[in-house]
Design a binder for this molecule. Structure first.
Ligand code: ZN
Length: 328
């Protein structure tokens, strides 16, 4: 069982701490309520993934200023995993896949956290994450609603909509208040930290964000790209069955023209696997393998492409998105 720690002040040593030393001042995952000038409360969550540090650093920055217009409810998540620089420990379940109920210790804990968070009737909920590949910073929403778009555009011109996994924190919060998962680029990247700090400062000091448009552009994931484990892969290494462009993560959120080269095939039959949400295979729809090359077969916008081989093996190479308009 995971206890729910709750406190009404920051622990001593908070401003000197780092994500990997947070376990020294937090006994475990902890909710912190900090009063501001008004009772309007913004809920901010960080370290649900222990190797994603931007949120923790941004909080240290914004909390230096004691004069806040609004109150804050902060969730410091998986400090045990952060101690070791890991997304989660091997013995743990992913802290951002436990928010839709269930009997696992992490799920029971998450349900308790949600009950407590609800008692504060937050105005906004922001869960802060990082990507493993180079991506611009962007906001994810889980409800096509103008208030959600208005909050998202304060952080980035790029908005992504997702409904799965439905066990993410921002999905659980969407029925309570406008909520976001924000992806701040690589952990410890300066542009991502600056954008996050500004955004959080605005959230806790500006009364509310009004929807100023009737039409919002967003992206939604249409398919996932991964590599069949029976083939070897590498970046810029022609000894591997599949040799990918070492700069592949430069393509994230860019509209790639037809015929863009992504890599080379060095073994007959090797190809990238592409699946939509219903697990339909779409390899031949998106990629062409003539002349032992992997080229795009149509225009596409990829995201979360990574060169981290562990992430690719455990999860995927990246996603293909569609650009969509929402009319309010
Ligand atoms: Zn994350």
């Amino acid at each position: 069982m995971i206890p729910l720690y709750f406190r009404e002040s920051l622990p001593d040593g908070f401003f000197e701490s780092e994500p990997h030393t947070a376990f020294e001042i937090f006994e475990g995952p902890t909710l912190i309520h900090l009063r501001g000038e008004s009772d309007t409360t913004v809920f901010i969550s960080t370290l649900l993934h222990g190797n994603e540090h931007t949120g923790y650093e941004a909080l240290k920055s914004i909390l230096q200023n004691q004069n806040r217009k609004k109150s804050l409810l902060i969730l410091i998540g998986n400090v045990e995993a952060a101690r070791f620089g890991l997304r989660q420990l091997e013995s743990q379940h992913d802290y951002n896949r436990v928010w839709s109920g269930g009997d696992l210790p992490e799920q029971i804990w998450a349900t308790q956290v949600l009950e407590k968070v609800k008692t504060f009737s937050p105005q906004y909920a922001i869960d802060i994450h990082n990507n493993s590949g180079r991506n611009p910073h962007y906001a994810c929403i889980n409800k096509l609603d103008s208030q959600f778009f208005a909050l998202a555009e304060q952080f980035s011109p790029l908005t992504v909509f997702f409904s799965k996994p439905d066990s993410a924190l921002s999905v659980a919060m969407k029925s309570i208040c406008p909520s976001l998962t924000i992806e701040c680029g690589l952990s410890n990247s300066h542009p991502g930290l600056g954008a996050t700090t500004n955004f959080l400062n605005n959230c806790i000091n500006i009364k509310s964000f009004q929807a100023a448009q009737s039409r919002y552009e967003y992206y939604q994931v249409v398919a996932r790209i991964f590599i069949d484990p029976k083939y070897s892969f590498d970046f810029g290494n022609e000894d591997a069955d599949i040799s990918l462009n070492p700069e592949i993560d430069e393509f994230n959120f860019k509209e790639l023209p037809t015929n863009t080269l992504l890599g080379r095939i060095n073994k007959n039959g090797a190809e990238l696997l592409v699946e939509d949400r219903e697990h339909n295979h779409l390899e031949s729809e998106f990629f062409d393998y003539s002349n032992q090359e992997i080229r795009t077969k149509k225009k596409m916008v990829p995201s979360m492409l990574t060169t981290n081989k562990t992430v690719i093996e455990q999860d995927c190479l990246g996603y293909i998105m569609d650009r969509v308009w929402h009319q309010t």
